[in-house]
Design a protein. Structure first.
Lengths: 334, 334, 334
């Protein structure tokens, strides 16, 4: 398949080994790309994960297919295949082999402003116009994109990729193998003010943001530093674009938060939770491990046990909605 | 009217010609600005589009008024006027004449980091601290604002204005006469992960974002690159601030998407659709040409035909809302 | 308490004087930090504001406690205390003494691009890779962070702190003692287009954004310039992250707007209003002084008097929600 990214060809046998799948067929086939079953070309590898795409198996032009042993047994064709119980995960691994993300040149761009007390491992890349503050530490193999601002005393682990124009406020901590997309802001002040006779007085926000290993943060997402104590994003958490995480939240390992979600302050999101896009979680709540909050759902009570929770107004043609809304406003009187 | 922008005076006759309106009255009047009917001064042009402002016709100080032939016929005054069936569009054209957006100086700012293989038309402006990657192409008359990061192999058409601090990831394509506001991020990775035993594995996002001609993108809006294949924004689409567009969406020509809307992955939005502010569109849906989704509406089923669709909880004083919410939670049992 | 920020020790008596509290106990105690009652160490000051934390009074290790005279009278311990009717506001003031925000070095970083006609007070700090446009004015003691883009003719008051990578479009006005967090965009074009035969024509946005004194703007928040006339944020307004404010809004003094809220164009928000997180306010509405809009509430009618207003769908386990939603869709027929 034509893609924006340069492909790295792999022999099918080598791919099978790396992704942990069982090879059936010719291991010498050279794979030049990955593609959906119905769009794959003669040198692509495809995969079957969702049974609704099974129909494309008969006609696919793919060189090889990743699929489950059961799907394979039911498929008459003799095409090369890689068998695995989790074809989607296997496809992810194969695609990472075929499309390795290009790395910018190692070294500090001459236009970058790096403080003399910053400690930067020799195989790091710091892009044009980036700023690295005093006493910052950047681990081996990490990439700081163009225009990033890394505050004083920030610590960044190894093999982390920070895309252009990210800001990390002073003292925050970023783990190993994290990915931070452009425009995200890590460690701005939480929204903390005391009211005195109608006037707001700012409360200093003196905690940090701590991202554990293998965290990915989407474009223009914001994660506030703790007021007292830290905001913590545990390992392998994936956060999409334009998400707001308030001060002193703890997001449990392997949770996923989709785009436009808003998490108020001091929320405790359990491990393996999934928060849908544009969901809104009220302050000081706890969400049990493994719970799923549906997209666009506002949540104002804690969730005590795993399961899926929803609170979304059903859509209707506008006229019908108007009639229902009138009834709904008087529901209690009714 | 006093404005932040320097005005370019026009003779009324010339303005009439450029905006395609019929002149009645003295074409030699010099127009020095545009303003609402009730705030216009003696050298301003005003317009009447919404009949509820008709009351201001009698007292307006404007030098001339843009209005429909019907409104004009019903207006006793003998003031200069420009007649057109669409006064609001005519006003837009007149205002573009009177307030031409200033252009920065042509040329590449000495602090910009432009790759040697980038191809930049001679009449382009590249601002301070901008970065332009290898093999990028920037068309005639386009403006790259201060601090922008234009990735490798990005193609930008002609007469496009990219405001300061925009990021365009590698390989994306931007059309002619587009406007991209500050902080928007074009082409960050889509939110694609495969789950293996509770652990998230990243799926490389190897498609692009393609913006056709005359697209406008608001401040801090994010548009993700395709996973496989492209995310496509067709011509004349207008997208407001803080909107998220997921990977592999197609937004049809002339659609408009208001602020804070979230569009999940693989959504197909038809031509001329209007998506209200803070609407949330679920993944893999299709929205028919010309459909309107009301503001704050969550949409989780496809829309098959044009028309307006709503799904918004009606607001009430908090105590009444609480009583109704109790009934609503038990609605099915009721 | 260990924090990310360097503490400035204070004698308790001096602190009492500055925050306007009555000292009881040894004024010579040196305070080295602030912390919650249950986490305070032997040199920390703690506070009691919410009665539910009263239980921690008995066991706190704090050197001194800020609390109300009434709570103090009911507390048997003889620990040093600072008495005030508003302990939370007093704590805010004490924390500002103990944790003064560090200032970068005064002066213009050599990599900054400052126009020759810009007027910059001598005690200002302009960070690396910042851009300051022609005729911009920056008042005494203000800080312009790394990578900021300050447009032409922008005026910034004194003692304002602009964090890295903020964009302020030309002609906007920022007051004294404001705080603008990273990634916010002040003055991008409002979302104004006229439709002519299905085609969108841009309406020039020729107003400004004006922030009065003591305003705080969160990370990646966007505030659009007026179409004609200005968008105005009055004094002491506090706006959280990822908020969108449309063109020509007026936000009254001392209002607070929480994260992810969307305010459409020409909205008039009264003084002392509170807008909850992810609330969505429709265009051209007025909200009375002192009104509170609950989080996640969509508002499409004006609010005439103070009080709290809600419109949030109650959450349920997904199966129950599905059943209720069916009934709700047919509510009017029912």
């Amino acid at each position: 398949m034509d893609t924006a990214v340069v492909v790295q060809p792999w022999k099918l046998a080598a791919l099978a080994e790396v992704i942990g799948a069982t090879l059936e067929g010719d291991g010498n086939i050279e794979i030049h790309g990955a593609a959906p079953l119905d769009r794959a070309g003669a040198h692509d590898i495809a995969f079957l994960s969702d049974p609704k795409y099974r129909v494309h198996l008969e006609t696919t032009q793919a060189a090889a297919v990743i699929l489950s042993p059961k799907e394979s047994a039911a498929w008459a064709a003799t095409k090369a295949r890689l068998l695995t119980p989790n074809p989607y995960a296997a496809y992810a691994k194969a695609a990472n082999c075929l499309y390795p993300e290009p790395r910018p040149a190692t070294g500090v761009h001459p236009s970058a402003a790096v403080a003399t007390s910053a400690r930067i491992a020799p195989d790091v890349s710091v892009g044009a116009h980036a700023t690295v503050g005093e006493h910052a530490v950047i681990g081996a193999g990490s990439i700081i994109g163009a225009g990033c601002v890394i505050g004083e005393h920030v610590t960044i682990g190894s093999h982390t990729r920070i895309h252009p124009r990210v800001v990390i406020y002073p003292h925050c901590v970023i783990g190993d193998r994290c990915v931070l997309h452009s425009g995200c802001v890590i460690g701005a002040d939480g929204f903390g003010f005391a009211n005195e006779n109608g006037n707001w007085i700012k409360i200093p926000q003196i905690g940090r943001v701590v991202l554990h290993n293998d965290v990915e943060i989407g474009a223009n997402t914001t994660i506030d530093r703790g007021a007292l104590g830290d905001t913590i994003i545990e390992e392998n958490v994936k956060i999409d674009n334009l998400v707001q995480i308030g001060h002193n939240c703890v997001v449990g390992a392997h949770a996923a938060i989709a785009g436009c979600a808003g998490i108020s302050g001091s929320v405790n999101i359990g491990k393996h939770c999934r928060i849908g896009g544009a969901a809104m979680i009220g302050g000081h709540l706890s969400i049990a491990d493994g719970a799923v909050v549906a997209a666009a759902t506002p949540l104002f009570t804690s969730i005590e046990e795993a399961g899926m929770y929803s609170g979304v107004y059903p859509i209707l043609p506008h006229r019908q909605w108007q009639k229902n809304a009138v009834q709904l406003r008087g529901l209690d009187a009714l």
